[in-house]
Design a protein around this ligand. Sequence first.
Ligand code: 77P
Ligand code: MG
Length: 214
Amino acid sequence: TRSTRPQRMLKAVQKNATKGNPQSVISAIDYFCKNSEWAMNVGDEKGSILDSVVTEVNPSTVLELGTYCGYSTVRIARLLSPGTKLITLEFNPAYATVARQIIAYAGLQDKVTLVEGSSADLIPQIKERFGITTFDFIFLDHWKDRYLPDIKLFEECGLLRKGSVLLADNVICPGAPEYLEYVRNSPRYESRYYPAHLEYTKAEDGLEKSVFLG
Ligand SMILES: O=C(NCCNC(=O)c1cc(-c2ccc(F)cc2)cc(O)c1O)c1cc(O)ncn1
Ligand SMILES: [Mg+2]
């Protein structure tokens, strides 16, 4: 039977990247998406903004919602201080299987805990299952209609502290209008929009960075 796009992306990484070299994995995926098949990775333009925010925050506790093939997982994990791990949630088992292999090819498996399941189920379990009190940095890149309910869940579960940084992909395309309205109008967040483009295209998109004020 025909391979899937994530499987073809993995093959491209195994063919064109160097094992244990995260930058070469990132470049191989971007090359595949620009020259072979578009895929919904955060991409190089928004990825550079992600890099700068992660570097600025230098987080000790990190959560990513929406692993997909692990592109942004590799981008984030390669910047973390030694001993720091990130938790990434993926609902789709086929995506998770490819992501584990791409993360391992980059040599970052010891810095990543990939959990399969829905954010609605997993967020309330995080404190107990992973011994986390609060997150320093959260990257939202999963189902766009889950951004708002999940940020409310973070608040309810006490997973945010004064200064926690949330960075959301695709706030313009496909869009997360209710989430934007919430973080931009809530007195509990300081929000800033980083304009960019939908990965590998000229369509408008961007990242929204929101700092929890406590
Ligand atoms: O599709 C699941 N997650 C990906 C969420 N991410 C996106 O949907 C996403 C989409 C786009 C996008 C933009 C323009 C366009 F024309 C088509 C797609 C871009 C992005 O950067 C994303 O991040 C999924 C499946 C499943 O079965 N269970 C749980 N989650
Ligand atoms: Mg995205």
